[in-house]
Design a protein around this ligand. Structure first.
Ligand code: SAM
Length: 309
């Protein structure tokens, strides 16, 4: 069992991240509907195909790999030949190892802080990451280290990072839905989940206490591009995704966390997922043409380390 210091809110961000993600690891895949079947392979394949010029890379390192969602599904989609995963949370890496074993992927695991990677210069052909740069106290330092461990001609590819404006809009959607759900619950008895009869577990307590201590940044696409150029990356490109789909998606998650599942019924889950996919298509096909990319929720980033002269 993890014992937290009394002043848990004053923890430094890295200790907070280790405690939070070790506690999250056991239920992480369920919470975020992570799987290693065609649903998630195609999600990862589409983003990799959109951002990467190559179809396959030899030595691939994921930083902040969590349970392996991005790297293992990229491996299944054929983009990765030799897989290496690192994370600051040993619990997450253990879950990643278990997922890899089930899939038959021979991944090399190493507990590591992305701001000081324990690898020689020029060790990898591709460095990837998903939904983790925003947890780092100094994300530019992590990108510099990423550059150091890349071989000349190698590339970096990140996805799933919240944009500044997209995150604010998502916050409004979450708050409005929480308010509306509470109001609906007052009008219709039996709508909301009752308080749990059992005391919360230690893992649940850690997650609740540290939820607001681990998310440190949101990103402006133009700022990220500037930082990457200053490090030395070339062919830097940012793209974004999800606007209406993000607002509806966060509202749905907020509502689902409060309303009793029996009220929503069995068909709700597949319906909500199909709705998300249709809205995502609408965002990328139409809105992405006319609205600034900083308004969309998720940032994708690509850059290359130049070949030696
Ligand atoms: C939101 S999770 C994302 C995990 C995975 N990439 C995914 O998309 O499912 C963020 C991950 O970043 C890791 N992390 C946080 N700070 C880190 C750091 N300084 N160095 C390496 N990993 C870190 C956490 O332990 C966690 O596994």
């Amino acid at each position: 069992m993890t014992t937290l210091p009394a002043k848990r809110r004053k923890l430094d961000p890295k200790t907070a991240n280790i405690l939070y993600h070790d506690a999250a690891a056991r239920s992480y895949d369920d919470k975020w509907s992570i799987s290693f079947d065609e649903r998630c392979v195609s999600y990862v394949r589409e983003r990799a195909a959109r951002m990467l010029p190559g179809a396959a890379y030899d030595r691939v390192l994921e930083i902040g790999s969590g349970t392996g969602f991005f790297l293992l599904n990229m491996w299944q989609a054929g983009f990765v030949k030799e897989a290496h995963a690192t994370d600051i949370s040993p619990g997450m890496l253990q879950a990643c190892g278990e997922n890899a074993r089930r899939l038959g992927c021979d991944v090399q695991l190493r507990t590591a802080d992305a701001e000081g990677l324990p690898f020689d210069d020029e060790s990898f052909d591709l460095v990837v990451g998903h939904a983790f740069l925003h947890h780092l106290p100094d994300w530019e330092r992590a990108l510099r280290d990423c550059y150091r461990v890349l071989a000349p001609g190698g590339a970096m590819f990140f996805a799933g990072e919240p944009t500044r404006l997209g995150d604010r809009l998502a916050g409004v959607a979450k708050k409005t839905t929480a308010w509306a759900t509470k109001a609906a619950g007052a009008l219709r008895p039996g709508l909301l989940k009752p308080p749990s009869p059992t005391p919360i577990t230690e893992d649940e307590r850690v997650l609740k206490d540290l939820e607001f201590a681990v998310d440190l940044h949101t990103f402006e696409p133009a700022e990220v591009e500037r930082a990457c150029h200053a490090i030395g990356f070339t062919n830097v490109r940012t793209e974004t995704e999800e606007l209406v789909s993000s607002l509806v998606g966060w509202s749905v998650r907020t509502m689902e966390s409060r309303v009793r599942p029996e009220v929503l019924g069995e068909k709700w889950g597949p319906f909500a997922y199909r709705m998300y996919l249709s809205l995502y298509d609408f965002d990328q096909r139409y809105l992405y043409r006319v609205l600034p990319k900083r308004a969309f929720y998720n940032l994708l980033l690509y850059g290359e380390k130049p070949e030696r002269d």
